[in-house]
Design a protein around this ligand. Structure first.
Ligand code: IPM
Ligand code: MG
Length: 367
């Protein structure tokens, strides 16, 4: 089969890591008899420089004309001086909103090969970690009313957290369905002791739970959830939460898996359309040095195979290839420091990508 992918390489380390994900997808295509057609589009700082806007209309059009979107990262120091509504990050928010990508799936998996990189005591993570955060992505405080004003001599600013029942219901359904396919435990995270929007959230999720008697539902305040993630992360299977709480908790969860350079994400619309990106940012401090970890981007491509293209064997092959290369001891610098020892070989971005693509080919018996 042929699949059309809009490719937004973006800024900083975005292009380097995305190129390796493309190489791995091409290896998958060769091994399994598919072809992937990539159509490049600009967003973020690169688009500001070339076209004068963070999210040019032709980029949105290219995404809409594709089966899915593979994105690197956007942003960098160069554009930090721009006013809020012109920053590269607005491209990301615009893509999410315009493409209707309301369900952000962020798995936090601790690979056994990287157990030494986890900053928690070994007894807290015995047997590994496998959590999925389902983050609402097109509502809440990110997209509510915002503004600044003047109160006498004093300037004020505000951002409104607002959720409708239907917004909560559709992300709740994504989360319950995810939990049903996994460990059948769902923790809904809110701040219902303080926020009206959280009380609505909790009521809608509780009502939905009636339809999922096989899923064990619990509720947790966000401050407690932040604490429980480092106190006893194994208690979690699937977490569902709002846009902002999900942003914060997913960074926290990434750290307990050893390196933020490992974590992929899928942002899904109704139907199968999705945008796939590593959860790490553009990391301008190491951009262009060839040392960024491409695994988050490669695993994001794997999620694309699974969620948008329905290619489950192919997705599993990518995950196995990543594990195999880690098991052989290859590490990019973000992982190398945490796992010292004789059997570790330090590699850069391109070499890591080449090894993983070769491991995909090897599984199909190709040289
Ligand atoms: C993320 C990022 C973005 C967000 C930024 C870059 C706008 O932190 O995807 O988690 O806050 O959603
Ligand atoms: Mg974030």
């Amino acid at each position: 089969m042929n699949f059309n992918i809009a490719l937004i390489r973006g800024d900083g380390i975005g292009p380097e890591v995305t190129d390796e994900a493309v190489n791995v997808l091409n290896a998958v295509g060769k091994a399994f008899g598919h072809s992937f057609t990539f159509r490049q589009a600009l967003a973020g700082g690169a688009a500001i420089d070339a076209l004068g806007a963070a999210l040019p209309p032709e980029t949105l059009a290219a995404c809409r004309a594709s089966d899915s979107v593979l994105l690197g990262a956007v942003g960098g120091w160069k554009w930090d001086v721009l006013p809020g509504d012109q920053r590269p990050e607005t491209a990301l928010l615009g893509l999410r909103k315009e493409l209707g990508l309301y369900a952000n799936i962020r798995p936090a998996i601790l690979f056994s090969e990287l157990a030494g990189a986890c900053p928690l005591r070994p007894e807290l993570i015995g047997g590994g970690l496998d959590i999925v955060i389902v983050r609402e992505l097109t509502g809440g405080i990110y997209f509510g009313d915002k503004g600044t004003g003047q109160d006498g001599a004093e300037t004020y600013a505000y951002d409104v957290e607002r959720y409708s029942e239907s917004e909560v219901r559709r992300i709740g359904i994504s989360a319950f369905e995810m939990a049903r396919k996994r460990g059948k435990r769902l923790t809904s995270v809110d701040k219902a002791n303080v926020l009206e929007s959280s009380r609505l959230w909790r009521r809608v999720i509780t009502d939905l739970g009636e339809g999922y008697p096989d899923v064990e539902l619990s509720h947790m305040y966000v401050d407690n959830a932040a604490m429980q993630l480092v106190r006893c992360p194994k208690q979690f299977d699937v977490i569902v939460t709002s846009n902002m709480f999900g942003d914060i908790l997913s960074d926290e969860a990434s750290m307990i898996t050893g390196s933020i350079g490992m974590l992929p994400s899928a942002s899904l619309a109704a139907g199968n359309f999705g945008m796939y990106e590593p959860i790490h940012g553009s990391a301008p401090d190491i951009a262009g040095q060839g040392k960024a970890n491409p695994i988050a981007s490669i695993l994001s491509a794997g999620m694309m195979l699974r969620y948008t293209f329905g290619l489950l064997d192919e997705a599993a092959a990518v995950e196995r290839a990543v594990k195999a290369v880690l098991a052989q001891g290859y590490r990019t610098p973000d992982m190398a420091g945490a796992t010292p020892g004789g059997d570790i070989t330090a590699v850069g971005t391109a070499e890591a990508g080449r090894l993983i693509a070769a491991a995909v080919a090897a599984q199909a018996g190709q040289p």
